[in-house]
Design a protein around this ligand. Structure first.
Ligand code: NAP
Length: 255
């Protein structure tokens, strides 16, 4: 039997970790798909394709033409369009789909979370009084914050945002996680931050900011996840994804 052909929809730490775990394993022939938004993505040990597929139809065609055996959705919890397309395309192409969906972050004792449905509501939740805001919702969709120019924003993102989309009072920090608690305490202290804005991404790479906000008694505006369609198979971690693949492929970890 030939190697199992996998297409990993990526752009996340899980996708990179899965690629590292599968690289060099003769049971798998895996390719990583990136949206192509990040100019300098982290290096990948498996072949990479970049750019959209052209909706669910395009992805279904790609799966058929490349004889993909299994589609793995390892996109970010807020990449709702890609997740929807993955479910539809897998159905159309008759390919099994495994979705890696990290658990959401849940508030702990001492947290002061303001839960909101979207970025517009997040900007509104900052209020009228000028504040110093740590904004970690990514470099896209900054319009709601540009429309709340009374605040000073420290915007941290993996890649720099487009200048014309920035709020008027802003400092941009480009950095890629993981971040430690010490990193986050230093950042919140050095920049005299009053409030943090984040998406409920989940995972460990960027969770330390929540511990730091709790330690400093700072409020956190938490953007809830978008509604997502059900995938036929779901796991929460890369480890579980590897176990799922091994079961499907009849390979055991001692092989
Ligand atoms: P999205 O809104 O769900 O997707 C928009 C379009 O981008 C999709 O319809 C698809 O184009 C293309 N696309 C998205 N992910 C792709 C992938 N892995 N490979 C090929 N094409 C892809 O996605 P998004 O929120 O803009 O996220 C884009 C990328 O950034 C994803 O890889 C995601 O994992 C990563 N990311 C997103 C966030 C976030 O907060 N949204 C955070 C961290 C990382 P077509 O319809 O033409 O196929």
């Amino acid at each position: 039997m030939g190697a199992m052909k996998l297409l990993i929809l990526g752009g996340t730490s899980e996708a990179s970790a899965l690629a590292r775990a599968l690289a060099g394993d003769p049971h798998y022939d895996a390719m990583l798909s990136l949206a192509g938004r990040t100019e300098y993505p982290a290096p990948s040990p498996i072949p990479v394709r970049r750019g959209g597929f052209g909706g669910s139809e395009g992805l279904a065609r790609f799966l058929a033409e490349n004889r993909i055996d299994v589609l793995i959705d390892a996109t970010h919890p807020f990449a709702a369009a890609m997740k929807r397309h993955a479910v539809e395309a897998a159905k159309q192409a008759g390919a099994p789909l495994l979705a890696i969906r990290r658990p959401t972050w849940e508030p702990r004792e001492g947290d002061q979370w303001i839960s909101v449905a979207n970025l517009g509501k997040a900007a509104a939740a900052l209020g009228d009084e000028p504040k110093r805001v740590l904004l970690t919702t990514g470099r896209n969709n900054l319009a709601p914050f540009a429309a709340a120019p009374q605040h000073f924003y420290v915007l941290r993102s993996v890649a720099a945002p487009a200048l014309e989309e920035l709020p008027p009072h802003v400092e941009v920090i480009t950095a890629r996680g993981p971040f430690t608690l010490a990193d986050e305490l230093r950042l919140l202290g050095d920049k005299t931050i009053d409030i943090l804005v984040t998406k409920n991404s989940g995972g460990t790479a960027t969770a330390a900011k929540l511990d730091a906000a709790r330690a400093l008694s700072l409020p956190v505006v938490m953007v809830r996840r978008p509604e997502l369609p059900d995938a036929p198979a779901n796991v929460e971690s890369v480890k579980e994804a590897l176990a799922w693949l091994e079961r499907g492929h009849g390979v055991t970890s001692s092989a």
